[in-house]
Every structure is written in structure tokens, then in C-alpha cells.
Design a protein around this ligand. Structure first.
Ligand code: ATP
Ligand code: LTN
Length: 335
């Protein structure tokens, strides 16, 4: 760990296969930031059980997600890659922070409202206190920056509020983190219902692109992507009037590095029938090396194990430092 560098923490739940949304909204930035910062990238399995999971699937997806982190370009030598449940301090600090988080502020969280509507038969206490555990994840590592998609901004804000509340009582215990949200790709929408976020727990498989998906399936989804029923039928960036086309333009921009003006010029006079397969092709080429590398790594169980073991050790050393400080401040007797 380089003491001069600032620190990053981020995580993704192994609640489904990784999507193009989490790749463009989060992981792509993680890779870009990994030289400049001390980075902790976690697989947040404790968060995933706020929604009921099939145990064998959760275990398989956790390992697959680790392989995909590495395949996306996160070097395990440079970044601390680990599984949340391997570091007990997350649950420990999570409990402490539950006692510094207000019922009213948790009730306002949009993710809680959305997920309780989707899982009406299982609105458990963990789903409700989820943001306090997420705050623990971030604060344990004294993170300065949290790279996430825009849907997570509210959770980083409540984390800041909890940290400031705690610091006001006990002095400077926690670094106050900032969210880091990309300018393009912050909110990739479903290909079939562009008013909804592309999400791995989406029930409509055609709306979602998965980073491990085969090229022909990706192309099929893009060809079927809904465009807008306006009369001009041209490629123009206008999220309010043309949400479907604008979403595809965002994806194309992320995949090719081109600006919206350049994309409009490129497809001037050409219809959606040319534009949609071009987006599909760009995404296929962007994801191809990731999928191939992840498939290779998944077969090497010993390598994966060596990564998560080393990651947990490094993470634990840092987390325990914060945990000892917190316990001392709140008045727990040291063992
Ligand atoms: P779930 O459906 O289980 O809630 P999800 O697909 O919404 O999952 P998360 O695990 O919640 O994905 O998100 C992982 C990271 O990727 C977060 O930083 C989140 O902000 C980002 N992200 C997820 N979906 C998108 C999206 N459609 N556009 C941009 N960023 C996204
Ligand atoms: N809540 C996030 C996942 C998450 C996270 C974190 C992100 C859990 N802990 C810490 C950043 C930092 C989600 O649902 N995407």
C-alpha cells in the first residue's frame, strides 16, 4: 500500500450475472483509477442475501464475478480484490453503524423502496439496513472516492451523513468519501424498456446485455432494442424525447470513445437499421476479450483461490485498524 495515494472502495453484489450497465457504470472506471489510487474492489455477498439466493448459484457467481473483475483488467497485484464475508469487520462495523443510522433516513432510500416493491414477500430487516452495511464497507478502508453508477449516489450520501454524525461525536475517525460517477455510462437503460435501468435482476432477458454473453445473442438483443416512435427516425441525442436511441448512443459512445456529435455525424442520413447493428458490433468487440479471459480464469480454481485469500488478508489488516479505533472510541473493552 502506497501511503501517499488516496483510497478507493467499491463493490458489486453477486446477485446475478454482471451486466453491461455495471461494466460501463462502475468497473470500467475502477480499471481507469487503479494506477492512481489504492483500490479495494469487493464482491459484496453479504449485501446479496438481502434478497433470497440459491446457495449453489451464489457461490458460483461469487467466483465468476472475481474472474470477471480480473478479466476486465483489474490486476490482483495492484488492487485488493476480495469477498466481503471473508472480512468479519464488515458485519462488525455494520452493526455499530446501524446504531448511528436513523429509521427515517433509511425509509427514504429509493433502492429500499424499489426492492421491497419487487420482493413484497421478503421485506427483511437486512434490506432496510443495507445502507449502513454499505457505509461500513466504505468507511472501514477510509476511502476517499467511491466509483459507482448514478443509482448509488444516494447510498454514498447517506454514508457521508453517517460518517459525519460519528465524527461529530468521537472526533476524526472516518474519512468522508465522495461519490465518483462517470459522465457517460452513469445510467445505462434497459434495451426493451428504456425508462428502466438495465439491471441484473431484470425479469426481461432481452433488456439486458451480460458481459459473458455470446456475440450472436448480444447482436440479437441490439437488433431488437426499442427505438423511439418519433417520425424523424434519425440518430440524435435527446434523452427526454428519444430515450431508446439516446441510450444506444451512450453505449456506443462508451464502447468507441466517440462524442455524441461525432455519432450523430457518423449516422447522418442512415436509419436505425444501420445504427443498431453498429452498436451491437462495438459492444461485442469491447466485451470479447473480457469474456475469453474470464472463461480461461474460471477454469483455474487454484489461481482464483490465491487471489481471494491474498485479498482478504490485505483487506483485513486495513479494516481491523479502523475497527480497533471505532471500538475504543465507543467505549468497548479491548480483549
Ligand atoms: P441488482 O439488479 O441486483 O440490484 P444491478 O444490476 O442494479 O443489481 P448492482 O450490483 O446494484 O447492479 O450495481 C453494481 C454497480 O454497477 C453499481 O456501482 C451500480 O451503480 C452500477 N450499475 C448497475 N447498473 C447500472 C446501469 N444500468 N447503468 C450504470 N451503472 C450501473
Ligand atoms: N449498493 C451497491 C453495492 C455496494 C457498494 C458498496 C458499492 C455494496 N457496498 C460499497 C460501493 C461501495 C449496489 O447495489 N450496487
Amino acid at each position: 500500500m502506497d501511503e501517499k495515494k488516496k483510497t478507493i472502495f467499491s463493490g458489486i453484489q453477486p446477485s446475478g450475472d454482471l451486466t453491461l450497465g455495471s461494466y460501463l457504470g462502475a468497473i470500467k472506471n475502477w480499471v481507469a483509477l487503479s494506477d492512481e489510487y489504492n483500490c479495494f474492489y469487493c464482491i459484496v455477498d453479504e449485501h446479496a442475501i438481502t434478497v433470497r439466493q440459491v446457495p449453489a448459484d451464489l457461490r458460483r457467481r461469487t467466483l465468476a464475478q472475481l474472474a470477471q473483475y480480473v478479466a476486465c483488467g483489474l490486476d490482483p497485484e495492484k488492487n485488493v480484490l476480495f469477498i466481503q464475508s471473508h472480512v468479519a469487520a464488515h458485519a462488525q462495523l455494520g452493526w455499530v453503524l446501524d446504531c448511528y443510522t436513523m429509521f427515517g433516513e433509511l425509509s427514504r432510500m429509493t433502492q429500499f423502496k424499489d426492492k421491497s416493491a419487487k420482493n413484497a414477500d421478503n421485506i427483511n430487516a437486512g434490506l432496510f439496513t443495507y445502507p449502513a452495511l454499505m457505509a461500513a464497507d466504505i468507511l472501514l478502508y477510509q476511502a476517499d472516492l467511491v466509483p459507482v453508477g448514478s443509482d448509488q449516489k444516494q447510498h454514498v450520501e447517506i454514508c457521508r451523513d453517517i460518517a459525519m454524525r460519528f465524527n461529530n461525536i468521537y472526533g476524526d475517525v472516518f474519512t468522508i468519501p465522495e461519490p465518483f460517477i462517470p459522465s457517460t455510462g452513469a445510467r445505462i437503460m434497459s434495451l426493451t424498456s428504456p425508462e428502466n435501468k438495465m439491471s441484473k435482476s431484470d425479469k426481461d432477458p432481452g433488456g439486458c446485455i451480460y458481459i459473458m454473453q455470446q456475440p450472436d445473442e448480444i447482436m440479437r438483443s441490439f437488433k431488437r432494442a426499442v427505438t423511439d416512435c418519433d417520425t424523424e427516425r434519425c440518430v440524435r441525442f435527446d434523452p427526454a424525447e428519444k430515450p431508446g436511441v439516446s441510450n444506444l448512443m451512450q453505449i456506443y459512445s462508451c464502447a468507441t470513445g466517440r462524442t455524441m456529435d461525432e455519432i450523430e455525424a457518423e449516422f447522418e442520413g442512415k436509419g436505425y437499421g444501420v445504427f443498431k447493428p453498429a452498436v451491437g458490433e462495438a459492444v461485442i468487440e469491447m466485451l470479447r476479450p473480457v469474456r475469453e479471459e474470464a472463461e480461461r480464469i474460471m477454469k483455474d480454481k487454484a489461481y482464483l483461490e490465491s487471489i481471494y485469500r491474498a485479498g482478504a488478508e490485505k483487506a483485513e489488516a486495513v479494516a481491523m485498524r479502523t475497527m480497533r479505533k471505532v471500538y475504543k472510541k465507543i467505549g468497548f473493552v479491548a480483549r
